[in-house]
Write a protein of this length. Structure first.
Ligand SMILES: Cc1cc2nc3c(=O)[nH]c(=O)nc-3n(C[C@H](O)[C@H](O)[C@H](O)COP(=O)(O)O)c2cc1C
Length: 306
């Protein structure tokens, strides 16, 4: 067996495989249904100050090698999360990452403050990258200045490790990456979904009630790899990579590109045991390659052949 342990800033993980926010509920729904071995952690559905109903249905549509979603960050709100979810979630044998969002810097501060330094939270992941919030006007993570402002303000509000989640909807990922790292992000998570749309040609209508949504799944893996590669070379904080991961081999690719850990999203929607399977596949891949530890792959990409 290979050593699967991973390190992201100050946190050690049993494996580099983390279930991505929005694709694993609040984590505990799956307790008793899945084998937690192979999981490094779960990032819970994005939490806001107040409960949020999200957008109207239809909110998901399949696309070639992926899907579009426009959930609109539906969640139960920070108070219910702390009282109804966190106590049981924190007893599971996995790291707990709490993904948060707001419609303004003040709302981000409010949710982070109310999470406090609650027992059982290992890190806060700040989602600055949702493509489905009309209230934002633009995706916050498209604007490096806004990334810097929100990161700096939140850094003062918690002692927990702060991960900042970035969007691929930019021409140069290194700019927001440097902005977050420069203001105290302990790690960067990338990528969130890419903006997209789907149309029914018979009805001549968009397939999502929101018209546009976020593209995820295997279709976006080459973009996630590129952004992980570029961001991890531009900053000296760890990158938690992801986008389209569905196998242990995919995890190895992200580690080679420079990720210290890897998020697994869309595949969970049709196979909630995917992180367990992917952890086992990574182990087998490392054994086959004669690699002693997953960490040995981080950033170990070789120059192109020829
Ligand atoms: C249905 C759905 C809901 C999501 N909700 C969130 C969310 O609340 N917060 C967040 O930061 N990312 C959210 N994401 C983005 C994922 O965490 C992940 O970054 C993205 O889907 C790319 O990974 P994948 O291709 O493996 O799905 C969501 C994705 C999907 C498919």
């Amino acid at each position: 067996m290979a050593d699967l342990s991973a390190k992201v800033g100050s946190l050690d993980f049993a494996t580099p495989v983390i279930a991505a926010s929005g694709t694993y509920g609040y984590g505990l729904e799956f307790d008793g249904l899945v084998d937690w071995t192979g999981f490094g952690g779960v990032s819970v559905k994005g939490i806001s100050s107040e409960p949020c109903d999200g957008l109207a249905a239809p909110r998901m549509v399949e696309t070639p090698a992926g899907m579009l979603n426009a959930i609109g960050l539906q969640n139960i709100g920070v108070e219910a999360f702390l009282s109804d979810k966190l106590p049981r979630l924190s007893s599971l044998p996995i790291r707990v990452i709490v993904n948060v969002w707001g419609n303004s810097p003040e709302q981000y501060e409010d949710v982070v403050e109310r999470l406090g330094d609650a027992d059982g939270i290992d890190a806060i992941e700040v989602n600055l990258a949702c493509p489905n919030r009309k209230e934002w006007g633009t995706i916050f993570a498209c604007d490096p200045k806004l990334v810097a402002t929100v990161t700096a303000r939140l850094r003062k509000k918690t002692r927990l490790p702060l991960w900042v989640k970035l969007t691929p909807n930019v021409s140069d990922i290194t700019e927001p990456a440097k902005a977050a790292a420069g203001e105290g992000a302990e790690a960067l998570s990338l990528i969130n979904t890419l903006r997209g749309m789907a149309i029914d040609p018979e009805s001549r209508r968009p397939l999502l009630s929101n018209t546009t949504g976020g593209l995820s799944g295997p279709a976006i893996k080459p973009i996630g790899l590129l952004m992980t590669y570029e961001a991890s070379r531009a900053v000296d904080v760890p990158v938690v990579g992801g986008g389209g991961v569905a196998s242990g081999r995919d995890v190895a690719e992200y580690l080679l590109a420079g990720a210290s850990a890897v998020q697994v999203g869309t595949v969970n929607l049709f196979d909630p045991s995917a992180p367990h399977r992917i952890g086992r596949e990574l182990d087998r891949f490392l054994d086959e390659q004669g690699v002693a530890a997953a960490r040995d792959l981080v950033g170990a990409l070789e120059a192109p052949a020829g």
